[in-house]
Ligand binder design. Structure first.
Ligand code: UN1
Length: 494
């Protein structure tokens, strides 16, 4: 019998009201990992009322105390890192060193948010009137709806939930239906460190039946979403109609520029890691290499050499370098891009097909794939494929490389490899993305810097970093008049 998992609502572990469940499958082996609630609008409604009921007491808990709880949580997560990483690999597929990193990001985020409990600074400023005090403070918004993707099943929810909780909000969280176990773990961990009932509620299920009711719930004030552009656009529209604050993190089509003075083996390592790490299923994945024509052939050869050495298989096997694709639908989508590429005149220089049979028989595997002869406006150079596929685009100059890099509907992460300090600084200034790397690939953002992107990647918000509270707090301006007289600001001031 498969193990049965429950929703966490108002501090209780409960099944979906309908009694329905859905199975959690290991994408590498097809193994049945357990049954999770297949919830609906009535479960969301229960979670929202629990979150509303818990809000006042949580908002009035001193921020340093909320921070201390997150500090204890960080230590608890760290103590269980290995077990959490193994569970993440089982349901998500990426290799253990990567899921350890995913869990570590949660630890880092817990400690970062915990420290904010003793800062959460406001601003005091002189009043324009005598004997009057003026200041502005951050206050929580209310109930935050968190909807996340499966590719960073632990880290990304923590970027949203920890700052939201630290700021004094309560939360209704829908983990991805592909990776429910990590959402379940997060609730268990927060319960274990003593989070009061109702402050975090976890409702399992799919987008239409759980995500959409969260978006529409009148009791939810803020929506924080990581996922596809299609879904993000719908959330933004509905959020605008309902007057909710919406923070979106969506797609990427990240470029690595390699100039002719670059350290080539280093650039090749970075491209291979950025393109094939997490099976290319990162919003920060390297999907375009914009390479100076003088070193193009050499770099292509070096990346192909690395692609050939990638051992694809079950991420729990420590000799494996790349795990499966999350599900059959994504595998099919990636596969379909091969004929898009050949139709556009692109050469598939390496890979290009699903891996089947033997160790790959029961999972969704795709070969590390290299496209050459790509030009900037082709679909494969513009659309997010979200698989282990990288496109080489040849350029003649820095100016051309920067223009190609920026001419996409996304803007999350960009990178340049060069040994010339002037080239590096010009690129830092001109690359149009939320994150820029010099002599490092497009992945590996650290939690204490803002995370997010320009154009279609987001809607102006940044997660984590010193910006972590912005989406989850309102500013309240407070004036205290101790003059004992009626002072009429602008009127008495003229
Ligand atoms: C994501 O791909 O959704 O910078 C997040 C990185 C990781 C986070 C990626 N720290 O690649």
């Amino acid at each position: 019998m498969a193990e049965k998992f429950l929703n966490y609502i108002g501090g209780q572990w409960v099944p979906a009201k309908s009694g329905k469940t859905r199975t959690n499958i290991n994408p590498a082996t097809g193994e049945h990992l357990g049954d999770f609630p297949d919830s609906g609008a009535e479960d969301v409604a229960a979670a929202v009322s629990a979150a509303r009921a818990a809000f006042d007491a949580w908002r009035l808990t001193p921020a340093p105390k909320r921070g201390e709880l997150l500090y204890r949580l960080g230590a608890l997560i760290a103590s269980k890192k290995e077990a959490l990483a193994k569970d993440a690999t089982r349901e998500m597929g990426k290799i253990l060193i990567e899921t350890r990193g995913d869990v570590q990001e949660g630890v880092d985020m817990a400690y970062l948010a915990a420290g904010e409990g003793r800062r959460m600074y406001g601003v005091t400023t002189p009043s324009e009137m005598p004997n009057k005090w003026a200041m502005s403070v951050r206050v929580p918004v209310g109930v935050v709806g968190v909807i996340t993707a499966w590719n960073f099943p632990f880290a990304v929810p923590t970027w949203k939930i920890f700052p939201a909780l630290l700021a004094g909000n309560t939360v209704v969280f829908k983990p991805s239906e592909e990776t429910p176990k990590m959402g379940w773990h997060l609730a268990k961990l927060l319960e274990e460190v003593g989070l009061p009932p109702g402050v975090l509620n976890v409702v399992h299920g799919d987008g239409p039946n759980v995500g959409w009711p969260i978006v529409q719930a009148p009791g939810i004030d803020v929506l924080s979403f990581t996922g596809s552009n299609g879904v993000g656009a719908k959330i933004a529209e509905e959020g605008a109609r309902l007057g909710k604050r919406v923070s979106l993190e969506m797609g990427g089509k990240n470029g690595v520029i390699v100039m002719d003075d670059a350290d080539l083996p280093l650039a090749a390592d970075a491209v291979a890691w950025g393109a094939f790490g997490t099976t290319g299923q990162r919003c920060t994945a390297t999907s375009r290499v914009i390479v100076h024509e003088r070193i193009h052939d050499q770099l292509v050869a070096a990346v192909i050499e690395r692609a050939k050495k990638v051992k694809v298989g079950d991420g729990l096997d420590e000799s494996v370098n790349m795990g499966p694709v999350i599900n059959a639908r994504q595998l099919e989508k990636i596969h379909a891009y091969m004929s898009v590429a050949t139709g556009e005149g692109v050469s598939i220089a390496e890979g290009g097909q699903p891996l089947t049979g033997g160790a790959h028989a029961k999972g969704n595997f795709f070969a590390p794939t290299v496209f050459t002869g790509v030009t900037p406006k082709m679909r494969v150079a513009q659309e997010e494929i979200f698989g282990p596929v990288v496109s080489f685009i040849k350029v003649k100059s820095l100016a051309e490389a920067v223009a190609v890099n920026n001419d996409i509907p996304f803007g999350l992460s960009s990178s340049i490899f060069t040994r010339d300090v002037n080239t590096a600084f010009a690129a830092m200034r001109d690359l149009s993305s939320g994150i820029v790397y010099v002599n490092h690939g497009t992945t590996g953002a650290e939690t204490h810097l803002p995370f997010g992107g320009v154009r279609g990647t987001g809607n102006g918000h940044r997660e984590a970093g010193h910006t972590m509270l912005d989406a989850f707090t309102e500013w309240k301006s407070i004036y205290v008049d101790f003059s004992g007289t009626l002072q009429r600001a602008q009127i008495d001031n003229s």
